[in-house]
Ligand binder design. Sequence first.
Ligand code: UFG
Length: 335
Amino acid sequence: MTNILVTGGLGYIGSHTVVELQKEGFDVVIIDDLSNSEAFVLDRISQITGIAPDFHQFDLKDKQKTAQFFQENKIDGIIHFAASKAVGESMEKPLMYYRNNIVGLLNLLEAAKENQVDNFIFSSSCTVYGQADKLPIDESAPIKKAESSYGKTKQMGEEILEDFSAAFDKKVIALRYFNPIGAHESALIGELPKGVPNNLIPFVTQTAAGIRECLSVFGDDYPTRDGTAIRDYIYVVDLAQAHVKGLKRLISGENTSNYEIFNLGTGTGSTVLEVVNAFEAANNVKLNFKIVGRRAGDITAAYADNSKAENELGWKPETPLEYALKTAWEWQKTL
Ligand code: UFG
């Protein structure tokens, strides 16, 4: 039996990853403090896979509880999602972001070291690249000064892990996600934004559902094919599967260095208007939208060169944008 700890396992990407891990025969233990997730997700996971994951509700900032958890549970690998993730909020509450994302990580790593846990997957972000000089973005692109405190916590997290892997001979993979979207095909799990969504897809689905009156498209004066900003929208289940591949790579010792980085995106960029059109076409609904000014801190374009993940991880995203947008809408309709 291989026991995998998934921190933040009831959150958006975490819950989809738990499902994929269970499907591959891993035993999953979840730590989640429910600060940005819901307890019912646990039942939903069991409904999909037929297996109830072991669940521990506490905050990783609690060093004593974290240490005690590792004394009581034999863990073979960790996938660490638990973190605060709202860019705007991080600018208003930078100290909270540093405490949640850095202190939580340090407590986890200290416990992992004490208890000889050798395999670690970190949830990072393409935000570490900022506006890259060259597109598509590969892993050798320089790290730019982050625009947000959230982005800085991801950059710091990566640096902490690089040192951790070198000093204690631990195997670490940092996965840099582009823009995760969509929901599980069962429509039992998906994204659960609290309050007004910041991200494009939940705003789109809430507008289609009539919860929001109108989608604001932030800027049509970018130097792109239709003037709206370009992102790489990656289906959340494809993304979840990359975590399983990463974990297997570490456990079987196929990694080529102690600290590895992979971009996870489709390799194709879509403009905001292309997403709006694809959503309407995929779901046969009309979206109310208007063009407004640019949003502060937004970049023009980001999409991944994912050839390293394809060649070394054996991971290739298979899901078309239209299907991902269909699952997002099916999920929204259940809420
Ligand atoms: N957008 C709109 N209207 C909205 C919301 C978004 O036009 O109501 C546009 C944005 O301006 C952007 C695109 O849709 O061009 C995507 O915006 P998201 O907020 O969905 O995603 P971001 O690319 O801004 O942010 C995402 C993650 C962050 C991460 C960042 C890295 O949510 O966690 O990618 O670039 F830091």
